[in-house]
Ligand binder design. Structure first.
Ligand SMILES: [Fe+2]
Length: 276
């Protein structure tokens, strides 16, 4: 690729232009080594406290901000929150969702997909169908080992974030525009030989960003790999979810300091196994 995707965390114009133009970019040095280590420790604690997760596995925590303390220290980092505010075009934000992923060596490349659920036909069938409807950056993700095609991390298809983007010749998306398939195949495509493939290369403190509709995938994992992220949304975007506020949100509310309580106004929590 012949363009720059790396920006200082304070270069909001650079970040926004790249997201709008290419569909992804990297904000450099958003978190420091001590926070990286704390987040890794909290991910271990939340997902694999005994460190018994077998090789070639991936485990997800879909309400990581409710467990993590380090993420809330990050919220007090003005460079980070200024960047989040710039990404969302608003300073009055609430927590939207958060997650952490732990992968062990041997976990293969995933299936190319978009997180966006705005093109789904039919009634909602999962929590994502309520939460992933907005044109906010989908990935705001810390790859705490860094990202590199030789080790692990994230790959995207450049320019795949716009409504006019069409899959390359020989490929198609399903009717909900969620998974990408090679024509004639029944399982979603999970390899790297596709035009527009960009494996991201980043350092552990970088924030990887991609747009709501960008097609992306996790790269094959050759090491114990930690990643996490939190997403905010403008409070003006009020959402209606079919689940009751989980008790875990009350516990989070009880432990956050007064100046962070405002970020929970509008937070719905997630019931990951919600079904209609
Ligand atoms: Fe995704």
């Amino acid at each position: 690729m012949s363009y720059n995707i790396y920006f200082e965390k304070t270069d909001h114009d650079g970040v926004l232009n790249a997201l709008a133009t290419y569909g992804y970019c990297v904000a450099r040095n958003v978190i420091r080594p001590d926070l990286i280590d704390r987040l890794k420790g909290e991910i271990d604690l939340a997902l694999d406290p005994e460190r018994t997760l077998p090789p070639a596995n991936g485990k997800f925590h879909l309400t990581f901000a409710e467990e993590s303390h380090a993420l809330w220290d990050l919220v007090d980092n003005s460079d980070y929150m200024n960047l989040c505010a710039a990404l969302l075009g608003d300073r009055q934000l609430c927590l939207h969702r958060s997650a952490a992923i732990l992968r062990t060596p041997g976990d293969p490349m995933g299936a190319w997909h978009s997180d966006h659920r705005g093109h789904r036909k039919g009634p909602p069938t999962s929590a994502n169908d309520f939460l992933n409807l907005y044109s906010m950056p989908s990935g705001g993700w810390f790859y705490l080992n860094g990202s590199h095609p030789d080790r692990s991390g994230l790959a995207v298809i450049e320019y795949s974030h716009t409504p006019d983007w069409q899959p390359p010749e020989g490929f198609h998306m399903d009717q909900d525009r969620i998974f990408l398939y090679r024509d004639g195949e029944e399982t979603p495509f999970n390899q790297s030989d596709i035009p527009g493939y960009v494996p991201l290369i980043s350092e552990p403190g970088d924030l990887l960003l991609f747009a709501a509709m960008t097609i992306h995938v996790n790269l094959p994992t050759n090491e114990r790999r930690y990643s996490c992220g939190m997403a905010f949304r403008p409070k003006t975007v009020q959402i209606d979810v079919p689940w009751a506020l989980p008790e875990s949100v009350e516990r989070l509310k009880a432990r956050l300091p007064a100046h962070q309580q405002t970020l929970l106004e509008g937070y719905t929590g997630i019931v990951p196994d919600w079904k209609p």
